[in-house]
Design a protein around this ligand. Structure first.
Ligand code: GTP
Length: 320
């Protein structure tokens, strides 16, 4: 029988650093002579980070979560990589920041994929600078707290990322909090920009018994199999240039229930800039002019009022 394709699932809340870790893992896989395949899942209708993976074998699964509303797409995408002409040696799956990895694992066990694929590791990338806030009953919702719990329970490796953004005392508190929820042999690795050694990232940590138990556990679905998602994605189309500083100021002023922003803008000088808004920080990066993309702003949050946000954007960003 042919060897099964090893699968690595990246999980973690919005903006924790999954894509950053994925880029490191791809580099490690290549150095080991492996041909990687990617499945990238975005809750919105567009992937503004596509340009990062232009050279890769990549399938985008957009407009829903592979753990619930577009689970069939996940199965089809995996089958694509089984064809002779598109064969790969290793598969990386990045869920959306609100996907429940237990359901992704369940899809592998229940939909016949486990004959051909073997989940080697479920890597939970945690934003160490926001973790305590997201777990607090005072500053977070029940849905986020339970999602983070589910993401942690099934993971086989925890990357405590964004360590550069917090001080020693807070770090200790976060580690104690996480350790209390893990099995003693689970590994926690502190990272900045997801940098960890290839052996740690690509280690086979598959624990079938535990994964099967975890996926049978109780988590939160509607009868139709959808999560109780109150998360939404809003896309603001941009028809003219945007000033970087004005956009940054507006993003930072957004209410706390808007956790994540990303997108591409065109400046007055016709430069294309990608921006990332996470951990209440905004980072811009210049991208290739020849990259075909329609500038837009994507926001992800809970119970957002699209009209209000659009009006605020018009008033504060466009009319400046
Ligand atoms: N300061 C700091 N920033 C980081 C670190 N890791 C990632 N980032 C930045 O955080 C932002 C979000 O990182 P991503 O890797 O896109 O996060 P993600 O988990 O894929 O985000 P989603 O698309 O919401 O799922 C980017 O601007 C990264 O460069 C880190 O360790 N420290």
């Amino acid at each position: 029988m042919k060897q099964k394709i090893p699968v690595y699932i990246l999980t973690g809340f919005l903006g924790s650093g999954k894509t950053t870790v994925l880029l490191n893992m791809l580099e490690h896989a290549r150095k080991s002579g492996l041909k990687p395949g990617l499945l990238l899942n975005e809750a919105g209708s567009v992937n503004v980070e596509r340009y990062l993976f232009q050279e890769e074998n990549m399938i985008e699964l957009l407009d829903g979560c592979i753990c619930c509303s577009i689970k069939d797409d996940l199965v089809k995408a995996c089958q694509f990589y089984l064809r002779e002409e598109t064969q790969i040696d290793i598969l990386f799956i990045e869920g959306t920041g609100v996907s429940n990895p237990k359901d992704i694992v369940a899809a592998f066990h229940n939909r016949g994929l486990s004959h051909y694929f073997e989940i080697n590791s479920i890597i939970n990338v945690i934003d160490a600078s926001k973790y305590l806030e997201y777990k607090s009953v005072f500053s977070s919702s029940k849905e986020i707290r339970e999602l983070l719990k589910d993401q942690l329970e099934i993971s086989t490796l925890v990357l405590l990322n964004k360590i550069d953004l917090l001080n020693g005392r807070k770090k200790e508190k976060v580690i104690n909090h996480i350790r209390a929820q893990l099995n003693s042999n689970d590994q926690i690795v502190e990272t900045t920009y997801g940098r960890a050694n290839g052996e740690i990232l690509l280690k086979n940590r598959y624990i079938e018994e535990r994964q099967t138990k975890e996926v049978q556990g109780n988590h939160h679905h509607h009868a139709n199999g959808q999560h109780l998602h109150s998360f939404q994605t809003i896309k603001l189309e941009l028809w003219s240039y945007v000033e970087k500083e004005v956009l940054e100021k507006w993003l930072i002023s957004l209410p706390d229930y808007i956790y994540r922003g990303k997108g591409i803008i065109q400046t007055k000088e016709k430069r294309l800039l990608q921006f990332q808004f996470s951990s209440r920080n905004v980072v811009f990066k210049e991208i290739d002019q020849f990259y075909h993309v329609t500038p837009c702003v994507i926001l992800i949050g809970q119970d957002m009022n699209k009209q209000l946000i659009q009006n605020s954007f018009q008033e504060n960003v466009y009319s400046r």
